[in-house]
Design a protein around this ligand. Structure first.
Ligand SMILES: NC(=O)c1ccc[n+]([C@@H]2O[C@H](COP(=O)([O-])OP(=O)(O)OC[C@H]3O[C@@H](n4cnc5c(N)ncnc54)[C@H](O)[C@@H]3O)[C@@H](O)[C@H]2O)c1
Length: 241
């Protein structure tokens, strides 16, 4: 990753943070788009001798995203990779789900992927690039109580395959990663009973760590994934095969 610039959304914590730190460990520079403070991540990355810039960006807003992407090019010189990782949940059974629950989840999880991808692709047309979109096991197999979230994550998969086909001839690879149950603040919010039953159902008999996802994202960003595009890789301990 030496000499590369990677934008990672939602990298102030959780899976995004693990991806940012691994990219930096492998020699890459990082730009973080988040709505919360990510200065701790950037301090860690700079201590590894790599460049890191923070941008306060609500990824659901196309104009803010466009301005931030242009600023990354000014600050760090170019964009080689994008990881669309920012995401939220607003879980409810369908009959209790409000219009706002649907709209906000679709905007932050799916529209954001359109916004960020469209803004960076312009900068990748000449030299190519790699884009990784973080989907979810819920988008592949569905999940009761997550109709909005699962729809947004399934939408990411259709988007990934379409853009992969559209820009393959420009050497822009586009892939998705579908994590299972990963230990982060997002899953901390689940009640103990749900966590226990999830744990029992995972063939590898452990919850995933953010680093388990980061390793696969790194594979797709790096030269090791150079002949992979339009793919969805499950990282779920065997929970869905
Ligand atoms: N944790 C899991 O088990 C799991 C499983 C499957 C998929 N995922 C997906 O992985 C991604 C990361 O999840 P996580 O578990 O690290 O969650 P997290 O809540 O720990 O981190 C999400 C990050 O996204 C940021 N964010 C939220 N809304 C934003 C917005 N509008 N603009 C910019 N940034 C925003 C948050 O501030 C936070 O830093 C998400 O897309 C999530 O859906 C997580």
């Amino acid at each position: 990753m030496k000499g590369t610039v990677t934008i990672i959304t939602g990298a102030a914590q959780g899976i995004g943070r693990a991806i940012a730190e691994l990219v930096a460990d492998k020699g890459g520079d990082v730009a973080i788009f988040d709505v919360i403070d990510g200065s701790g991540v950037c301090d860690t990355i700079r201590s590894k001798g790599r460049r890191c810039e923070l941008y306060t960006v609500d990824v659901s807003d196309s104009q803010t995203v466009q301005a931030a992407v242009d600023q990354v090019v000014k600050d760090l010189g170019k964009i080689d990779n994008l990881v669309n990782n920012a995401g939220i949940t607003a879980d409810k059974l369908l009959l209790r789900m409000k219009d706002e629950d649907w709209d906000r989840v679709m905007a932050v999880n799916l529209r954001s992927v359109f916004n960020c991808t469209k803004a960076v692709v312009r900068h990748m047309l000449r030299s190519g690039g790699s884009i990784v979109n973080i989907s979810s096991i819920a988008g592949v197999m569905g999940n009761a109580g997550q109709a909005n979230y699962a729809a947004s994550k399934a939408g990411i998969i259709g988007f990934t395959k379409s853009v992969a086909r559209e820009y393959a001839e420009r050497s822009i690879r586009v892939n998705a990663v579908a994590p299972g149950f990963i230990r982060t603040k997002m899953t901390d919010a689940l009640d103990e009973k749900a966590k226990e039953s999830m744990h029992a159902a995972i063939p590898l008999k452990r919850l995933g760590e953010p680093e388990d996802v980061a390793n696969v994202v790194y594979f797709l960003l790096s030269k090791y994934g150079s002949y992979v595009t339009g793919e969805v890789i499950n990282v779920n301990g065997g929970l869905y095969m």
